[in-house]
Design a protein around this ligand. Structure first.
Ligand code: SF4
Length: 691
């Protein structure tokens, strides 16, 4: 029997048909039947020999993991939670989730942390993905929805500027909307230190130095003001704060911007004139601009430019948007999986929000914990204030910045519990591993990059011995004497989520499974069942107290860690076309593993020549945190001063910086200083005594 559901991977959430374990593309408004290689091979994991089908546990630290019964595993976890909390308080136990969890699971895990564990320590790996854009868009527009318009609107833009975004590799089916635009003459401009597949297709490629996107946006705004391109009526009628931003970019002269970013003045001028004179224009950012210690300010700078040109809410084909990464990165941050949030995008610090959600949960508001700490700070606290960690659908031993340090912290826990369906690098470190269902074995909903709510549908039963996270959290809650608060039925959980979100910013009250199953296209907010949903935001007003978007002045400071004599190049990381996130799934998919078995470092031919390296040679990359040896991929698609490594393999993130954005707490994944050497080269002294 064929079941209509969605791909388990990225935020495009392509529609797929699942028949047995075969996955094929189906007609859906975003992918129109197309799939990338990852989605097309997703069925390979459903009955993979590495699939976990029984709980595992180790008798003591250092012992091997061995099979145990579900009761034994759950009893052990519950006993450790009770013992730890009795001795150290509720915050000594933490939860860490993933952006691939369904809305129902994201909601339930946040509730489990606050109601069953009463801990303030809960966060998720979506913090590493979207938090800078979320913070900036909330501040500017009063709402955080990746695309405030349906994806096909991209085809209607006459000019589209993509900043640090490479959909041609990361979500190929989305490129059809860019292609439709180009076929009717649209101009696409890509800002990226690499000539990516997306940049190669674009009309213009601005090869900016990593970490200079904010300077670029401010420099473009300076030219827009100088050349009289600002939409003064829009600024007057729909925004606040313009005067301060106008002052803030006064010194971002074109030649100064050229020196900072490496983009020629003529290209700066052509770019901003194209955006300003187009009837319909949009600016799209993604992780390349956002994963920095000034990521929130960088996104704010691009929003300032979009507002000055009058783009958000102008109509179809215009606006600002950010392209979400993970499958349910959007939904995860709406339903209480972040340390400071309650369902409906409510704030845990807001007494009225606490009262509303507590009433839905059937608990007293003052029993809800205070806001906790962000993802990296939580991982950094493991083995200190946090003694027990419940880790679900995430693999921070590979995906967190400064990963060697995070791995050490995971090892310092009294008890690490991992729920997953394969033995990821993090699961291998666990004291207890609980095997879970996969995408085709469960019902639920996800929210894609457009804010469109989708139905995930069960196509086949999971292998014997596997349980869903909803069953696991209910079983644990029962042992903690709060089981009555936790349903195992996804529809029941979702209906509770709708009530909890009602009246909030991310209002799902009107989006029922029945409406979705009847084929309605529903985008939040949707406050009641008669409401058609909100595919396009900002057309008349912004959801801020005064209905206006807010300009916020920001200034370029640059990457925290800059090249110097010891670490003379810039390291940047990202996704490859073949793998996904930490690679725990795609590195186990035979076709994908064969296509791209190992990590590599992209080096410009000039750098390769200087190092005496040819394509395929081993090179050692060393940063202030660690070193790895990978193969060189020599290519002129990258700047000579920059090195790119895809992050899907263990140890790559040993290199990256955990410096955090002060607002979003996003780590600075995208830029740090690196030393590069052929492995046969003399080992410099500092490599034996790293700083
Ligand atoms: Fe899956 Fe994303 Fe590929 Fe679509 S683009 S098939 S959602 S990984």
């Amino acid at each position: 029997m064929v079941t209509a559901t969605h791909c388990p991977y990225c935020s495009l959430q392509c529609g797929v048909d699942v028949d047995g374990i075969a996955v094929s593309g189906r007609e859906f408004p975003t992918n129109r039947g197309g799939l990338c290689r990852k989605g097309a091979t997703a069925g390979a994991l459903l009955r993979h020999p590495d699939r976990l089908t029984t709980p595992l546990a180790r008798d003591h630290k250092g012992a091997a993991l061995g099979p145990v019964s579900w009761d034994e595993a759950l009893d052990r976890v519950a006993a450790a939670i009770l013992r730890t909390q009795a001795e150290h308080g509720p915050d000594a136990v933490a939860c860490f989730g993933g952006g691939g969890l369904t809305n129902e699971k994201a909601y339930q895990l946040g509730k489990f942390a606050r109601v069953a564990l009463r801990t303030r320590h809960v966060d998720y790996n979506g913090r590493f993905c979207m938090s800078s854009a979320a913070a900036a868009t909330n501040r500017a527009f009063g709402i955080d929805r990746g695309l405030p318009f349906p994806l096909p609107d991209i085809a209607e833009a006459d000019v589209a500027l993509l900043v640090g975004s490479n959909p041609a590799d990361t979500m190929p089916p989305a490129m059809r909307w860019f292609e439709v635009g180009r076929e009717r003459g649209a101009q696409h401009i890509v800002v990226d230190p690499r000539r990516t597949a997306t940049a190669a297709l674009a009309h213009r490629h601005l090869r900016a130095l990593p970490g200079t996107d904010l300077a670029l946006a401010n420099g473009l705004l300076h030219i827009a003001i100088r050349d009289g391109l600002v939409d003064e009526a829009y600024v007057r009628d729909r925004t606040t704060g313009w005067a301060a931003v106008r002052r803030a970019v006064r010194a971002d002269w074109p030649d100064r911007t050229e020196r900072t970013t490496g983009i020629a003045v003529a290209d700066l001028e052509r770019t901003v004139h194209a955006l300003a004179t187009a009837e319909r224009a949009m600016i799209l950012t993604a992780r390349g601009a956002e994963q920095h210690a000034d990521g929130t300010a960088t996104v704010t700078a691009w929003i300032n430019l979009a507002l000055a040109l009058g783009l958000p809410g102008r109509g179809i084909g215009s606006g600002y948007a950010t392209i979400t990464g993970q499958g349910n990165g959007q939904g995860g941050r709406e339903h209480g999986l972040k340390a400071d949030q309650l369902p409906g995008y409510r704030s845990l610090a807001d007494p009225a929000a606490r009262a509303h959600v507590a009433a839905v949960w059937g608990v007293a508001p003052d029993t809800l914990p205070a806001p906790g700490i962000s993802a990296y700070e939580l991982l950094d606290a493991l083995g200190g204030a946090v003694k027990v960690l419940l880790l679900g659908a995430s693999n921070p031993a590979v995906s967190a910045p400064n990963a060697a340090h995070v791995t050490e912290r995971l090892g310092a826990l009294d008890l690490l519990v991992v729920t997953d369906f394969v033995l990821s690098e993090s699961a291998r470190m666990a004291d207890v591993v609980l095997p879970t269902t996969q995408f085709a074995e469960e019902d639920g909903t996800l929210t894609n990059l457009e804010g469109r709510v989708l139905r995930r549908r069960k196509a086949l039963d999971p292998p014997a011995g596997v349980r869903s996270e909803l069953e696991i959290w209910h079983a644990l809650a029962s042992r903690l004497r709060t089981g009555e608060h936790f349903s195992v039925d996804a529809r029941t959980v979702y209906d509770e989520l709708r009530r909890a979100s009602a009246g909030g910013t991310a209002d799902y009250a009107g989006i029922s499974w029945d409406r979705l199953d009847a084929g309605e296209e529903l985008f939040w907010p949707c406050p009641d069942e008669a409401h058609p949903g909100s595919p396009r935001l900002f057309l008349d007003t912004f959801p801020t107290p005064d209905g206006r978007a807010r300009f916020v002045p920001v200034s370029h400071r640059g990457a925290v860690e800059r090249p110097d004599g010891r670490f003379p190049y810039v390291l940047t990381t990202g996704r490859s076309r073949t793998h996904y996130q930490s690679g725990a799934q795609t590195r186990r998919t035979p076709e994908l593993a064969a296509a791209e078995p190992d990590p590599y470092a992209e080096l410009h031919p000039d750098l390769a020549t200087a190092l005496g390296v040819v394509d395929g040679d081993a090179v050692r990359l060393t940063t202030r945190r660690g070193r790895v040896v990978v193969r060189a991929r020599v290519t002129d698609t990258i700047r000579p001063d920059t090195v790119f490594v895809p992050f899907h393999w263990p140890r790559v993130n040993d290199l990256t910086s955990p410096r955090l954005d002060p607002t979003s707490r996003m780590p600075e994944f995208k830029s740090c200083a690196v030393h590069v050497a052929a492995v046969s080269a003399r080992v410099p002294e500092y490599e034996e005594q790293p700083a």
